[in-house]
Write a protein that binds this ligand. Structure first.
Ligand code: B12
Ligand code: SF4
Length: 466
């Protein structure tokens, strides 16, 4: 969306995906602005890159926006760092892009360094995303598409319902135009619907599914889904419309753990939803959070026992962390959460990977949550309760190059030492264990070509062995 707005303002835009690209390759003598779109997990790295850039190119104006800046708030981002000249909060591109354009044209800029949108109510952008900036050499032919913004559910650990108030749904014709345009340009494609909970969109989703089924496009897709929504009829229409994988936030299978999710009170919904999805050939990743209020070592065991009765294709997750802006963060004491560091929200991005304890629940410290999360992963792997953390995103990457899901599941769970060098490298990158794909010797298109060869070899080997 940032590049779409930039181009619509007549700017010459180049995009650096820092998983693969070097920012230095994108900075030229005429570069006037660098615009960062960051999440919590890459906020620290974004700050470091922006700071280096400002030191080496003092004439460049830096901007930051995205969900983390929105949740922390503009003034607080400016307290955290001086690496950014301007901070965009919320869905503010219509307001921010004229200022970015002024910076590019070397004109004077406003004194107020925080740019906010006209509303925090959920709204779709008036411009449709322009994917043309992505060449065929970008990465897998997998495209993010937004059909809605906001979330109908209100899980207290999550910031999706807080990022935007309410829910906005794109007109189905516009989403279909986006998908049809991608197919015209790229042929068969994979689409990752980025909606917070696509399955919760009720009649709007029905209309989209009908349109996809009628159009019968060569599109394979995945999405976030909510177990309570999942009926046999919905699963079969999703499959008919091209869905091959879903990501379901289960969080826990134990009673008494605070998720705010319907299926925690009605655990039978979990098995039922996996069953109807499997009956329609849809891959199911179940995601878990270890340490939500009410969690104890016994509830983790209860979840593991539950997992022995429900066959997820993939199980993933990690320790609970208090997220800036979430309902838990707004009223911690109501949920028995004790916060030790009054300024924790300013340090949340630094605490993402190596947390210095900043809170605890009534039942667990953060250290205990991490230990339990490690135990959880080990037990899932040792007892083969599903592939560990094989999300729908990796599944779509694999499908997009003609791979077979069962081959991927086998490679994913194999011992590293049993894999060929090529297969090991591909798995490491898909598992985000390796950043080698980002080295200058390995371009995105080379990595995709390697993954395609590995997928092909697997399917040949499988057909020989059967
Ligand atoms: C789809 C999705 C994913 C997908 C795809 C991610 C991807 N990289 O494409 C997957 C499943 C892979 C994923 C992974 C993760 N995600 Co995620 N994800 C989402 C989700 C549901 C939608 C994101 C999206 O594409 N929205 C549509 C775009 C257009 O909106 P947007 O990015 O917010 O941008 C708008 C504004 O922010 C603004 N804007 C954006 N950039 C800029 C820049 C400037 C300068 C300006 C002015 C404005 C601006 O303009 C846009 C509107 O036009 C959001 C929740 C949500 N509903 O937004 C969570 C969300 C963004 N994810 C989140 C997290 C934590 C993660 C992970 C770190 C989880 C983990 N523990 O590993 C990883 C990190 C992945 C990564 N770094 O790439 C958090 C971020 C919280 C935070 N404080 O940053 C969110 C909010 C969910 C949550 N409640 O926890 N995610
Ligand atoms: S966890 Fe999922 S369903 Fe719950 S509020 Fe967040 S996005 Fe919505």
């Amino acid at each position: 969306m940032v590049t779409t707005y930039g181009q619509a303002h007549g700017l010459e835009v180049d995009m650096a995906d820092l998983s693969f690209d070097q920012l230095s390759d994108k900075i030229g003598p005429d570069t006037r602005a660098a615009v960062f779109s960051l999440y919590i997990d890459d906020f620290d790295r974004g700050i470091a890159i922006a700071r280096d850039l400002k030191a080496s190119h003092p004439g460049i104006t830096t901007f930051v926006g995205g969900p983390h800046a929105t949740m922390v708030g503009g003034q607080d981002v400016l307290r955290v760092t001086d690496a950014f000249d301007y901070v965009g909060v919320g869905d503010c591109l219509p307001e921010a892009m004229p200022i970015i354009a002024e910076a590019c044209r070397g004109r004077s800029l406003p004194e107020n360094r925080v740019i906010t949108g006209s509303t925090f109510d959920a709204r779709m952008d008036s411009l449709s995303p322009d994917y043309a900036i992505w060449g065929a050499d970008r990465y897998f032919p997998l495209f993010p598409v937004e059909f809605s913004r906001g979330c109908r559910q209100r899980c207290p650990f999550c910031t999706d319902p807080v990022l935007r108030r309410g829910l906005a749904v794109d007109p189905v014709e516009r989403t279909m135009r986006t998908v049809e345009g991608l197919v015209r340009r790229h042929g068969p494609i994979c689409v990752r619907f980025v909606d917070s909970s696509l399955s919760s969109l009720g009649s709007d989703l029905d209309v989209l599914l009908d349109a996809l089924i009628t159009a019968n496009l060569p599109v394979t897709w995945s999405a976030f889904a909510y177990p309570h929504d999942m009926t046999l009829d919905l699963a079969s229409r999703m499959a008919a419309a091209g869905c091959r994988a879903v990501f379901m936030g289960i969080e826990t299978m134990a009673q008494g753990v605070r998720t705010g999710k319907h299926h925690t009170k009605h655990p039978e919904e979990i098995a039922r939803s996996v069953e109807v999805l499997h009956a329609n050939g849809i891959f199911v990743h179940g995601n878990f959070i270890i340490g939500l209020p009410g969690e104890t070592p016994d509830t983790v065991s209860e979840t593991l026992d539950g997992l022995r009765t429900v066959q997820f294709d993939s199980v993933g997750g990690g320790p609970f962390y208090l997220a800036p802006g979430s309902t838990f963060a707004r009223r911690p004491s109501k949920f028995g959460i004790d916060v030790f560091d009054p300024e924790w929200q300013l340090r949340a991005h630094q605490n993402f990977y190596e947390p210095i304890p900043y809170f605890r629940t009534a039942t667990l410290t953060q250290l205990e949550m991490r230990e339990l999360a490690t135990r959880f992963q080990k037990e899932v792997e040792d007892s083969q309760l599903g592939c560990w953390n094989l999300s729908d995103f990796a599944v779509l990457c694999w499908l997009s190059i003609g791979g077979d899901i069962n081959d991927l599941k086998r490679l994913w769970s194999a011992r590293r030492s049993d894999l060929s060098d090529d297969a090991r490298h591909v798995m490491d990158v898909l598992k985000e264990r390796s950043t080698e794909a980002s080295s200058s010797e390995c371009r995105a298109e080379d990595f995709v070509a390697l993954a395609t060869r590995v997928a092909h070899v697997q399917s040949v080997q499988q057909s020989h062995s059967t």
